[in-house]
Ligand binder design. Structure first.
Ligand code: GLU
Length: 446
């Protein structure tokens, strides 16, 4: 049976990456169980709050998500049996605008993870200065074991149960791990049926025919390429011929690899959960994507040497792009990393302990909330187009995305240089201060 749905962050390239976490993530490594994603996020937030000397009241507000919803999602399986899944939607903060963030379908989804991801969305939207707050959702399920019709029922039931939470002015979902344009279409349709209005702006990452934006599918990977280009420029390193290794070959990793290749970089290794492929002369990315479409996984791809995911992480490259799941760079493998630049395509790939090791080694990390913000930036463009009813051509989307990310990179670099802190701490300082400023202006409603 073909995969019911592709596995990857915002999967829309038909590339299956099953259970990336099962191979390289902390979820299956009991020794890393202390690296709870919410605490990991909070450790970074706390560091920024201290440096900013954040008002204790605002600190308390930002430490607590505005809303945490746990729902049951009962559906009838194709064989008639009833199964009840657990779903979450967390809205972390809406000071700057409606909650914004994806929905993931995965067996590893937990409330703590969704809370962390929701807060990351708040900081991400603030770093790139778009008028959204942060939210995230998830359903604990195993998409490869659900048929298309079962997935549709899960999606519609989840949406219907959250009908009074989501909305174009309140909380706007988008694709994330294991969800794609088709899932977004079901969300929009369910919302439209309940509300009796064809409200396109309720969800982003939709099919183009339904009000999706040109360039949205490639936006996260394109953003990775843009900020990597800026980082190379800043470090005085050449773009052409610089070596890249990309971990994760879903929508983010495969598109980032392809666009970096187009820029003249040499992508010497790519990987998915089945393993990694190394070719010192460069993996031909279109060919590898096609191989994945045909075979579901990279394993067995003949145009390179098979290596492990951990070997990929330790390659002597200029740029490493972790684009799979959380906690793939930990205190166990951070010491082996030789890359000069890490571009965090995934959310939360580097643990706080690994961060310290990498900072000591002088690795230039482009943090997730900047590196993968291209996706939500074009989600914002999509929402703007939906609200105005006027659609932009792809060139306009690409140009505005580039301008926005180059500006955000410069803003973060400026804070990093002025305060002598890492790019991550700078990104948090910039975003926490932007959110705090709005809280100060709005005041406390009680
Ligand atoms: N899931 C993506 C992210 O983590 C996109 C979110 C969005 O477009 O709202 O940034």
């Amino acid at each position: 049976m073909p995969p019911a749905i592709t596995m990857s962050d915002e999967s829309s390239v038909e590339v299956a990456v099953p259970k990336a976490g099962a191979v390289v993530g902390a979820a299956t490594d009991p020794h890393l169980a202390d690296e709870n994603p919410f605490e990991e996020m909070m450790a970074r937030f706390d560091a920024a709050a201290e440096l900013l000397d954040l008002d204790p009241g605002i600190y308390q507000v930002l430490r607590h998500p505005e809303r945490q919803i746990i729902i049951s999602v009962p559906i009838q399986r194709d064989d008639g049996a009833v199964e009840v899944f657990t779903g979450y939607r967390v809205v972390h903060n809406t000071a700057r605008g409606p909650g914004k963030g994806g929905i993931r379908f995965d067996l590893m989804v937990t409330l703590d993870e969704v809370k962390a991801l929701a807060a990351w969305m708040t900081w991400k939207c603030a770093v790139v200065n778009i008028p959204f707050g942060g939210a995230k959702g998830g359903v604990v399920c195993d998409p490869p074991n659900l048929s298309d019709t079962e997935l549709e029922r899960v999606t519609r039931r989840y949406t219907a149960t959250l009908i009074n939470t989501i909305g174009p002015e309140s909380d706007i979902p988008a694709p994330d791990v294991n969800t794609n344009e088709r899932v977004m279409a079901w969300i929009m349709d369910t919302y439209a049926m309940h509300k009796r209005s064809a409200s396109q702006g309720v969800v982003t990452g939709k099919p183009i025919e339904l009000g999706g934006s040109l360039g949205r599918r490639e936006a996260t990977g394109r953003g990775c390429m843009i900020v990597t280009r800026e980082a190379l420029k800043h470090l005085g390193l050449p773009l052409r011929g610089s070596k890249v290794a990309v971990q994760g070959f879903g929508n983010v990793g495969s598109i980032a690899a392809k666009l970096m290749e187009q820029e003249g970089m040499t992508v010497v290794a790519v990987s998915d959960a089945s393993g990694a492929i190394y070719n010192p002369h460069g993996v031909y990315i279109d060919d590898a994507i096609q191989y994945c479409r045909d075979h579901r996984f990279l394993r067995g791809y003949p145009m390179g040497e098979e290596i492990s995911n951990q070997e990929l992480m330790a390659l002597d490259v200029d740029v490493l792009v972790p684009a799979a799941v959380e906690n793939t760079i930990t205190r166990r493998n951070a010491g082996d990393i030789k890359a000069k630049i890490i571009c965090e395509g995934a959310n939360g790939p580097t643990t706080a302990k690994a961060d310290r090791i990498l900072n000591d080694k002088g690795v230039f990390i482009i943090p997730d909330i900047l590196a993968n913000a291209g996706g939500v930036t074009v989600s914002y463009f999509e929402w703007v187009q939906n609200r105005s009813g006027y659609f932009w051509d792809e060139e306009t989307v690409v140009e505005r995305l580039g301008a926005n990310l180059v500006k955000a990179f410069g803003d973060v670099l400026d804070v990093a240089q002025r305060h002598s802190v890492s790019m991550r701490t700078a990104a948090y300082m910039l975003s926490v201060e932007r959110v705090a400023a709005v809280h100060r202006i709005r005041g406390m409603y009680a």
